[in-house]
Write a protein that binds this ligand. Structure first.
Ligand code: FAD
Length: 526
């Protein structure tokens, strides 16, 4: 069958950008369909001060930066736009701990086997540690706390996908200035400045110092004729025998315009929530992909994310300056804490709270959808000096037992099918308790005081799982090659295929798995 494209990639984050780039480089005719817009520097929320929110229920009105969903017991944050989660991520690009692959994965997936793919990701994203002459006040605080608490050997600065300039004379006491950065074309011909510690990573760096996939993998794919289509919301995938038809809605001129195209190979890379929802709708609502495993939607985890704001009286922490995360203390291998696998990090906060001071009293504002956490933080911070605030951040390995399913909107009986998540907070209790205890110890040993109790319904920026990788369809949705059991040439390559949480920043593992999947597609000659 003649198809419009050899490969259609749905989504353009860490999984999708890698797959699109490698398949295009290998000569495949690639189309990449991305629901969000293509962001340019002047449109970033850090500069435009608007377009914060992607609203799944009304994407024509709100097709902004972040997709925040409330699933009852937990909320999730994901990105929307060409570049996916890399647009707003905090730049930490690190290999998984080797023991991650010891259980729960197909036997073909090992740390040693993934090593060359991690390297390929490093070759493109060029992660490196923050230069030692540019430690932010948060970096120094984390290091001091680790040493004081006896965890000095577990402390290190983390690798960041950020362009630094070793000669930049950083002065932590001075307000950072965008004008200090100098732009140069990167290896893919995209203009990037170097990091001058503006602290806006999550809202789009005003000098583009961040090595997001939008400035390397994606332009590289386009140089090899990949057709990147923003504002295309993929609704379903239909099997055609020897290929697939992809149905989408294009956001255009204040409306949704339906369309479709065909491809021999489909790579779903819409993220843990996006790919899982898409495949659930195809299997259960549209009935276009009927053979997908009954395990679809399962093994979802929050990756144990947790943030404890602490006030450090008399100490200028400046949470709004410097790269959002710079360093970590690892509790893995022989150093687990109370048997829990945990990574403690410093977490920066862009000056977002100031932006929302007025909006919080306006129920129609975007800010209202940021939910309780922001409001609680704001209430606390009103009484505390923001420059003395240390956001102690962490992730850990929770139990991957969340399950997505589709359900009728009203009472489960009426209305359209909506995505629901069953997630029992007790599955993360032990790891969150371990983190809370560590945060208290670390803050305490450096004169800090934790301000908030653990929230009842946490919020995770690292949704993982839903289309787990496994040995067979009895245990998962895709095989070790990323191919969906029962559907030839339909692949999933994103955070949804992780059968268990990484326990720290997952993007490099997602990208490395996608490198491996693309490599297999090319070498199998599909
Ligand atoms: C504030 C924040 C900071 C973070 N910091 C870090 C960090 O420092 N290090 C790290 O490793 N991780 C970090 N993460 C997590 C990281 O961003 C995600 O783990 C990662 O982006 C997931 O990659 P992915 O390819 O699975 O999906 P994504 O990167 O989310 O990409 C999926 C893409 O698919 C698109 N999409 C979804 N549905 C559809 C559809 N139906 N049709 C078309 N397109 C669709 C989305 O718009 C999106 O662009 C952070 C997350 C947040 C929220």
């Amino acid at each position: 069958m003649a198809t419009d494209f050899d490969a259609a990639i749905v989504g353009s984050g860490f999984g999708g950008a890698v797959a699109a780039c490698r398949l295009a480089e290998a000569g495949y005719r690639v189309v990449m369909l991305e629901r969000g817009r293509r962001w340019h520097r002047q449109d970033y929320p850090s500069i435009s001060r608007k377009n914060w929110i992607w609203n799944e229920l009304d994407p024509v009105r709100d097709h902004g930066w972040l997709d925040i969903r409330h699933f009852g017991t937990i909320a999730t944050i994901a990105g929307a736009g060409v570049g996916g989660g890399s647009l707003h991520f905090a730049n930490v690009v690190i290999d998984a701990q080797p023991d991650l692959f010891d259980e729960g994965w197909p036997s073909e997936i090992t740390f040693a086997g993934l090593a060359p793919y991690y390297q390929k990701v490093s070759d493109v994203l060029e992660p490196r540690k923050i230069p030692s002459n540019q430690f932010s006040n948060r970096t120094k605080l984390l290091k001091e706390a680790a040493t004081n608490a006896g965890f000095g050997a577990q402390y290190d600065e983390v690798e960041l996908a950020v362009t630094f300039n070793d000669d930049y004379a950083y002065d932590a006491s001075r307000e950072p200035r965008a004008g200090d950065s100098i732009e140069r074309p990167n290896a893919d011909g995209v203009q990037q400045g170097f990091c001058v510690h503006l602290g806006q990573c999550d809202l789009g760096c005003p000098v583009d110092a961040r090595n997001t996939v939008a400035v390397n993998y994606i332009p590289r794919a386009e140089r090899h004729q990949a057709d990147v289509r923003p504002l295309h919301v993929v609704r379903s995938v239909e099997g055609l025998g020897d290929g697939y038809r992809i149905h989408f809605d294009r956001i255009d001129n204040g409306g949704l315009r339906p369309g479709s195209l065909t491809a021999r190979i489909v790579v779903a890379a819409a993220g843990s929530i996006g790919s899982t929802e898409l495949l659930l709708r195809c299997r259960d609502q549209h009935r276009t992909l009927r053979h997908i495993s009954s395990t679809l939607g399962t093994r979802w985890s929050s990756n144990g994310n947790y943030l404890s704001p602490a006030v450090h009286r008399g100490r200028k922490v400046y949470p709004g300056r410097g790269p959002t995360i710079t360093a970590g203390i690892r509790f893995f291998g022989a150093n687990t804490h109370n048997g829990q696998h945990v990574m403690i990090e410093d977490g920066g906060v862009p000056d977002l709270l100031d932006e929302y001071r007025d909006e919080l009293s306006n129920p129609r504002g975007d800010a209202n959808r940021f939910g309780g956490l922001l409001r609680a933080l704001y209430r606390v911070l009103e009484r505390e000096p923001v420059e003395e605030l240390m956001p102690w951040f962490a992730q850990g390995r929770d139990i991957p037992s969340g399950t997505f399913r589709l359900q009728r909107r009203f009472l489960g009986l009426l209305g359209r099918d909506v995505l629901r998540l069953s997630w029992d907070p007790s599955n993360a209790r032990q790891v969150l308790d371990a983190i809370h205890e560590l945060h208290r110890t670390l803050a305490g040993t450096t004169g800090g005081r934790i301000l908030l109790q653990p929230p009842d319904a946490p919020i995770t920026p690292h949704p993982l799982g839903g289309c787990p990788m496994a040995e067979s369809a009895t245990d998962g949705v895709v095989d070790h090659r990323g191919e969906v059991f029962g559907h030839h040439n339909l692949y999933v390559a994103d955070g949804s295929i992780l059968p268990r949480p990484v326990g720290h920043n997952p993007s490099k593992t997602i990208a490395a798995l996608s490198e491996r999947i693309a490599d297999i597609i090319v070498h199998e000659g599909k």
